[in-house]
Design a binder for this molecule. Structure first.
Ligand code: KG4
Length: 341
């Protein structure tokens, strides 16, 4: 008998629902909240209100695309954390009520684990190659930057992480300094295609081991532009493509340097990337180059599974369902990793 699971993702500013049948995704719906564009970043209170408005239509749409009736569902999964507490609460409360109403189990999923296990998403009618354990995964999103050794679906070890800002946050903040729209990562990626990445030199931080730091780079970018603007108020406008290409280059160089070090240190050549920043075209190209030069076996998710989505929650839920790893109705969300109660 097949297993059908509805999954909900509401950790930040995307309201997402997916339906999985065994390990095959039948539907994955994402409703991105537009309201934050006016503010240059996510406003938590507005995000939770928008989730409340979006969640019912998004779930209805997922059920319709999957062509299943809610009575066929065997479980409801949700992102428990990390993320914005108000946003998570909407998804968690919805999932609890839905599971209670249908008398089916609840499954809690960790958002970062889901980004990594997105590599195991299978689509109906398509076969895809998945990484072999153990593999290294560089997870780069708006709130996190870390390298994990992934030894099994539920056996992961963090071997490096950011000591301050995340890579996605750095893209977004540098874009904001240049008065580009939010989220800045995709805009920088696009503008960079028309620019010269060697036009400006921004220095990489000197952080020992496999940890990352981005706050110094962000500050040096801010001060550099502040000085240039004193001389020429049109400086950003006149150089925006080169500025985007140059800042993108250094962010990706920092990520690649640590990933190469991690591979050397662990001897693992099975390499994956995950999270919103893994949609970045220069990072993708750099990985493919490393695949050729270093003999890596590289895994890059489809763009729609890089940024927040519920298909990644569904695949984790499927493996948890097989273990009968269910959550209680008293479960509460957590804002940060390591703060579960
Ligand atoms: O994983 P995600 O959707 O949300 C979480 O933070 O969990 O990641 C969002 C981040 C944002 O910082 C966004 O600017 C960045 O991913 N991003 C990109 C690109 N697409 C999204 N950064 C660089 N290049 C891109 N193409």
């Amino acid at each position: 008998m097949s297993i059908y699971i509805l999954s909900i993702e509401s950790s930040c500013d995307d309201t997402c629902a997916a339906i999985i049948k065994d390990n095959k995704i039948l539907a994955s719906v994402v409703s991105s909240q537009q309201v934050h564009k006016f503010y240059g970043g996510v406003v938590p209170e507005l995000a939770s209100r928008a989730h409340q408005q979006n969640i019912v239509p998004v779930v209805e749409r997922a059920l319709k695309i999957a062509k299943i009736n809610k009575k066929q569902l065997n479980a409801v999964a949700f992102t428990r954390g990390p993320g914005l507490l108000g946003s998570l609460l909407v998804g968690v409360s919805f999932a609890k009520a839905f599971a209670l109403g249908l008398s089916i189990p609840l499954i809690e999923v960790d958002h970062l684990q889901a980004h990594i296990l997105a590599h195991f998403i299978q689509e109906q009618g398509a076969s895809s190659v998945t990484p072999l354990f153990p593999f290294l995964c560089l997870t780069v999103s708006g709130g996190n930057t870390q390298i994990n050794i992934v030894k099994g679906y539920f056996d992961m070890e963090i071997i490096g992480k950011t000591i301050d800002d995340a890579a996605g946050e750095t893209f977004d903040k540098c874009a904001k300094i240049m008065e580009l729209p939010y989220p800045g990562g995709p805009v920088i990626d696009n503008y960079a295609k028309k620019g010269n990445a060697d036009a400006f030199k921004f220095s990489k931080p000197n952080i020992k081991g496999l940890n990352f730091s981005f706050s110094g780079l962000k500050t040096s970018f801010l001060y550099f532009l502040r000085d240039q603007l004193k001389e020429n108020s049109n400086y950003i406008q006149e150089n925006k493509y080169d500025l985007c290409a140059s800042i993108q280059r250094v962010i990706v160089l920092i990520l690649m340097e640590k990933l190469k070090k991690a591979s050397l240190h662990t001897g693992i050549k099975e390499i994956a990337i995950a999270g919103g920043v893994s949609a970045n075209s220069f990072l993708r190209d750099s990985l493919l180059k490393a695949q050729k030069q270093l003999g890596w076996n590289v895994f890059i998710p489809k763009n729609e599974y890089c940024t927040d989505n519920a298909a990644m929650i569904a695949i984790v839920a499927y493996y948890k369902f097989l273990k009968k790893d269910f959550a209680s109705q008293r479960v509460a969300p957590y804002a940060r990793s390591g703060t579960k109660t």
